[in-house]
Design a protein around this ligand. Structure first.
Ligand SMILES: Cc1cc2nc3c(=O)[nH]c(=O)nc-3n(C[C@H](O)[C@H](O)[C@H](O)COP(=O)(O)OP(=O)(O)OC[C@H]3O[C@@H](n4cnc5c(N)ncnc54)[C@H](O)[C@@H]3O)c2cc1C
Length: 452
């Protein structure tokens, strides 16, 4: 078994395969072009913000630990070619500058994603950072520690941009968050996004929505400012959170078919598929694959660690001779900026419309605990339900303590195709320190049910 990519998807697959097949039955060789294996990129904003240490704390399993399990991981090795007919890969040992060829029976493609970089972002000056690898986190750390940086500009108001804005505010910088669309967190409806925008501004972050970046101004090999279509913003540090696309160039060059989103298409068992069926011996998982949205039925690219780990596990179980499936996703995601928590599952209003649903929405205000209990803070919950059937299509939550993970109740309901009427009878836990007597989840479901 050869694994391309030594992080969430690739190493989950390797570990699961090894659990089922001993070293005498399956030889596992994993190539990672970077220096780390099984690391949490998700922790980088919290490392930069000083909430957690890094990079060692962000590594779940290092190559030495894998070797104990007879998984041979080679960091600093980049796979540069795949020959499907010969069943070989060509690998560059980066430090030695040497190429080697290795044969496989099973190829696990888990090369992740590549960051989106418009032409203006292609600038070699210092002070400009992506946030994808632990190396990126270390580079930001080193830059911020090397001088008294004052002005930070984060470009892109998705969850990574928002998390990085929090990190930089925590470091005492003046932070501007620039977002091309009309709201930060455009994965939630505009009315919920407006709550996020208010909270972001309340933290002292200068939020510039509807603003497009045109160029980065540099001098003496350092970034100095971000030029937008609405003026120039001074910058000692620029962080790019512009999204990612599947890293499938290597697969494409080898003639492995890509799905319609540009990610690899797989069957439920994570075998790569194309117009002619399964591609013999090739498996894929993680940010390089596309997934099916179980509510809209559409193919999507959803680069999240939660999916990468599950898909890698599924692939590894199957490679090891077991049986497991990854049915798809329902668009669940959570994030936070300082104490504001944001969550979503299912379809947003825009997505429900695009998928052709007729739907109603219901929005309620409630609190995380009984209103009289210390620490009770407000939360807004929005529910989207199919108009005629009441089928729960999606939900969104913006609030503070204990708000975001309430989305899991909605996620389970979406997953199991419950209606909002059915949801009103759910036996959710209640005691004053945890919820009002009617949990916000139930109040929102009830309000939506009233509209059906
Ligand atoms: C800042 C940040 C915060 C995030 N927060 C969250 C979160 O809160 N929740 C969540 O669910 N997800 C989050 N994610 C997303 C999550 O980190 C990814 O979805 C997950 O890491 C994907 O795992 P993967 O194994 O598919 O890809 P990756 O983690 O990208 O790993 C792919 C690996 O393949 C290597 N590679 C690529 N090409 C080659 C090659 N040719 N040869 C050898 N090696 C190669 C790369 O170096 C990389 O290490 C976050 C991501 C970032 C960047």
């Amino acid at each position: 078994m050869i694994v391309i990519g030594g992080d969430a998807a690739g190493m989950s697959a390797a570990s699961q395969a090894r659990r089922r097949l001993g070293p005498g039955e399956l030889e596992i060789l994993a190539f990672e072009r970077g220096d780390f294996t099984s690391y949490s990129a998700c922790g980088i904003p919290y490392w930069v913000g000083g909430l957690v240490g890094g990079p060692d704390e962000l590594i779940a399993r290092d190559p030495a630990t894998f070797r104990k399990d007879h998984i041979d991981v080679r960091t600093g090795h980049e796979v540069t070619g795949i020959n499907l007919d010969a069943r070989t890969v060509t690998v560059r040992d980066i430090a030695a500058g040497k190429d080697i060829t290795e044969g496989y029976d099973v190829l696990m493609y888990a090369a992740g994603a590549v960051p989106v970089r418009p032409a203006w972002a292609d600038n070699p000056a210092s002070g400009i950072f992506g946030v994808q690898t632990l190396g990126d986190g270390a580079a930001i750390e080193a830059w911020l520690s090397s001088f008294d940086a004052r002005d930070a500009v984060v470009i892109g108001g998705g969850y990574i941009g928002v998390e990085m804005a929090e990190a930089l505010i925590r470091r005492g910088l003046r932070v501007t968050l620039v977002e091309r669309s009309g709201q930060p967190m455009s994965t939630v409806d505009p009315d919920m996004g407006a709550l996020v925008a208010d909270a972001v501004r309340g933290l002292g972050i200068e939020l510039r929505t509807g603003v497009a970046v045109r160029a980065l101004e540099t001098s003496d090999d350092r970034v100095r400012a971000v030029v937008t279509d609405d003026g120039t913003i001074p910058a000692d540090v620029v962080v790019l959170g512009l999204g990612v696309r599947p890293n499938t160039a290597l697969a494409d060059a080898a003639g492995i078919p890509l799905g319609d989103t540009g990610g690899l298409a797989t069957d439920l068992r994570q075998r790569v598929t194309g117009p002619d069926g399964v591609v013999d011996g090739v498996w894929a998982a993680g940010d390089c694959v596309q997934v099916t949205h179980l509510v809209s039925g559409k193919s999507l690219h959803v680069p999240l660690g939660t999916h990468a780990n599950k898909q890698g596990r599924v692939a590894g179980i199957n490679i090891g001779g077991g049986y497991a499936t990854f049915p798809g996703v329902i668009g669940t995601a959570v994030t936070k900026i300082c104490d504001l928590e944001v969550a979503r599952t299912g379809l947003s209003s825009k997505e429900a419309e695009a998928a052709g649903f007729r739907f109603v929405t219901a929005t309620i205000e409630s609190t995380n605990r009984a209103g009289y209990f210390p620490g009770a803070v407000p939360m807004t919950v929005k529910v989207i339900a199919e108009k005629d059937t009441g089928l729960l299509l999606g939900a969104q939550i913006v609030g503070r303590a204990e708000a975001a993970k309430r989305i899991d109740a909605f996620a389970i309901a979406v997953w199991n195709r419950m209606t909002v009427v059915e949801m009103t009878a759910l036996d959710l836990g209640y005691a004053p320190p945890f919820a009002p007597v009617w949990d916000p989840v139930l109040i929102a479901a009830r309000k939506a049910a009233d509209k059906i």
